[in-house]
Design a protein around this ligand. Structure first.
Ligand code: SDX
Length: 397
């Protein structure tokens, strides 16, 4: 019995982590952040309110929301030296390689927030990381484009500031489109935390050594990059482009045949999940956002969106996928929304990392805040050779 939830003793004895932050019921397709359903947070709250909730355990009141927003807004700039760190990369470096480096490099600048065992340091590091991730992601993008960096503007909100740093130039005023601001804010909320996924477990294990918060979050960025995890939105859009190039909706049958052929190694990217054996609740919300953005931008006839909906319909009716409980996950539609916003495919996982930073920090702080925590040491079952002696070189076969 842990709080409101009961688990069988067998599960508890093997469960590596107990946490009070995010609850997923994979069979019901339910996702709660600190008890609040994701469907309600996505409609009634913005991303910074969700950040406050994940970090502090409850939604902020009006004063707390205003204070937290002001604190984050006033920490959005990064040290001017960071731009010289970027210059070491090739212009065509993958943005996730750049972001992994930039986040780790924050450790070299903010010494008053690097002692992970100091609650004040953790508090400041959390604000700095949430505030600076949009600036760093936009810098990685601008560096690749060969365009000047745009400094944050404190009169804009979190998503609007990021859009301007990404797509604004010093040559003219950038007008933030409210529909894009809302879509981005929702994408951030939907990706903010997801209990003990691969990158969160990486951050916990890394932070358990007592390293600084920036280094632990950089480890999470590196893990999220993988195509089986946060890289799936980039892979899902690439998959849709490939099917489109091979003939689009008419060719879906051929593609599905390849997926069913185990030897092909082809997966339906954006489908399936380690935990959800029902529809990922985030995917439904992402599809709604997709509809809204494409309609507002007059892109509802976007061939990739039509292809995605046709692929989803077939997968939801095909026994192969139904038997394996393969439903669309958060990554299936997020790529289409981000593409409509103008975000390049190779930056999709950077957006995911930007959003997930608050979840990583909340989970790291929950672990470090527990006086019983110790350095992680995953168990192993040894399957190698039994003891044997070294033979002289001449006798080795
Ligand atoms: C994220 O953990 C998290 O919470 C992650 C995440 C988060 O917010 O942090 O939710 C974000 O990472 C979402 C997942 C994004 N990844 C993808 O969309 C990549 C494509 N999906 C697959 O790689 C896969 O579904 C995984 C890795 C997500 C899960 O793989 P599992 O654990 O092997 O899935 P499973 O055990 O349920 O598979 C059952 C069967 C297997 O086939 P059989 O051996 O039974 O014949 O389904 C097959 C799998 O091979 N399968 C797929 C498939 N996913 C599983 N077949 C085709 N296409 C797929 N996408």
């Amino acid at each position: 019995q842990t709080g409101m939830f009961t688990y069988d003793p067998g599960f508890l004895s093997t469960a590596a982590t107990q946490s009070a932050i995010t609850y997923i019921d994979g069979d019901k397709g339910e996702l709660l952040y600190r008890g609040y359903p994701i469907e309600q947070l996505a409609v009634h709250c913005n991303f910074l309110e969700t950040c406050y909730l994940l970090l502090h355990g409850d939604l902020p009141d009006a004063t707390q929301k205003a204070d937290f927003t002001s604190l984050v807004t006033n920490h959005t700039m990064v040290n001017e030296q960071m731009q010289f760190f970027l210059r070491g990369f090739r212009r065509d470096a993958h943005p996730m390689a750049v972001l992994t480096g930039l986040v780790g490099a924050l450790s070299a600048f903010y010494h008053d927030s690097t002692d992970i065992n100091n609650p004040q340091h953790r508090e400041i590091a959390a604000i700095r990381l949430i505030a600076k991730m949009p600036t760093l992601v936009a810098m990685a993008y601008k560096y690749g484009m060969g365009q000047p960096y745009m400094y944050p503007h404190n009169h804009l909100n979190y998503a609007g500031n990021f859009l301007r740093m990404m797509f604004g130039t010093p040559c003219e005023e950038y007008q933030v489109k409210p529909v894009l601001e809302r879509a981005l804010d929702r994408i951030f909320i939907l990706h903010a935390d997801h209990e003990q996924n691969a990158s969160t477990s990486t951050v916990r294990l890394c932070g358990s050594s007592g390293t600084n918060p920036f280094a632990a979050i950089a480890a999470g960025v590196a893990c999220l990059w993988g195509p089986a995890h946060g890289g799936a939105n980039e892979a899902a859009l690439t998959m849709l482009h490939d099917i489109q190039a091979q003939g689009g909706v008419e060719k879906i049958g051929e593609f599905i045949r390849q997926v069913k052929d185990k030897n092909s190694g082809v997966k339906l990217m954006g489908f399936g999940h380690r935990v959800y054996k029902n529809y990922d609740p985030r995917a439904k919300l992402m599809q709604e956002t997709c509809n809204e953005v494409l309609a507002e931008l007059g892109l509802e006839k976007d061939p990739l969106f039509k292809l995605a909906k046709a692929l989803e319909k077939i997968a939801l009716e095909d026994d192969y996928f139904v038997q394996r409980k393969l439903y669309p996950n958060v990554d299936f539609y997020s790529g289409i929304v981000q593409r409509a916003i103008g975000i390049p495919v190779n930056l999709f996982t950077g957006i995911f990392a930007l959003a997930r930073t608050v979840g990583w920090i909340a989970q790291l702080n929950e672990m470090i805040g527990d006086p019983e925590y110790k350095i992680g040491r995953p168990r192993q079952l040894f399957t190698g050779s039994t003891r044997r002696d070294v033979l002289p070189l001449a006798e080795r076969r």
